[in-house]
Design a protein around this ligand. Sequence first.
Ligand SMILES: C[S@@+](CC[C@H](N)C(=O)[O-])C[C@H]1O[C@@H](n2cnc3c(N)ncnc32)[C@H](O)[C@@H]1O
Length: 321
Amino acid sequence: MYESDLCRTVTMLAIDPSKKLSFQRLISNGDLVIVYERHNSMKAIKVCDGSELQNRFGVFKHSDWIGKPFGSKVLSNKGGFVYLLAPTPELWTLVLSHRTQILYIADISFVVMYLEIVPGCVVLESGTGSGSLTTSLARAVAPCGHVYTFDFHEQRAAAAKEDFEKTGVSSMITVGVRDIQGQGFPEEFCGMADSVFLDLPQPWLTMPSAAKMLKQDAVLCSFSPCIEQVQRSCETLKKDFTDIRTFEVLLRTYEVKEGSLDCGNINKGDSPQSLPCKRKQSSSRSSNGTNKSSATTVMAKPCSEAKGHTGYLTFARLKCL
Ligand SMILES: C[S@@+](CC[C@H](N)C(=O)[O-])C[C@H]1O[C@@H](n2cnc3c(N)ncnc32)[C@H](O)[C@@H]1O
């Protein structure tokens, strides 16, 4: 595939920032856009001339979106608005349909970093699940690497494949239907993988096969929600792997807002002492000539909706014999 073709077809995969879809061109009929209401309310929509989006802000005609740059604010018939964002793996993880439990951004970023995944890598993954991690792996290996992902659930694999086509990452991903715990990875990948990622109920069953797939000195990661699974995995990993480490990645999201201490801007229960804050003093002259001082405060509060435990990530490096 020529570079120009690649840039046109693999929408989420531009590794050269100047070729990012959002910088490249205007929204066209048939494009996938992320309709952003607020950070916790977004949805992916395929632009279709003649269609409409109806939500609490009114009716939005897709025809009004065509020709606008990605990132545009668009108006409904009632004057309500949404933003139209270019799809990225980060946003896709937040809007995809959950056919399984999925990996979220904090774990995904850690996995990509710790598995040392760079453009050109070959990555083996199982199970595919909803394809949340796979989409980010595809961008990490682009433009010349590849992700081979396996799930034993036929419909789930087919749905993930459809999603990869929809999001424009399918040229980087091959989806296989296979019982990876029972059969291991296909022999043809022996010694070919730069990294292996497992999100399986009994990952220890696949670890001997994973060891055979990896190149010398390569790294494996296994995600498990329960510590009992981690313990069993670590025991199995000792045979072929070294530098075995387990992490739990906890993400804390903050709400940051500016307000005046004396005009009731602090929510009930938010004692200013308990919140990290920075005061800006400003003084102005009041109508009777006296100096009036008011303090605005930037308050930062951890979001209550932030997700807690997702699972444990165990990494291990193949022993060099
Ligand atoms: C939790 S999901 C993976 C989610 C994925 N990491 C994501 O981010 O979207 C686990 C997947 O493993 C698959 N699975 C379970 N046992 C399997 C096996 N023996 N072989 C292949 N896939 C299996 C399930 O069908 C399921 O789709």
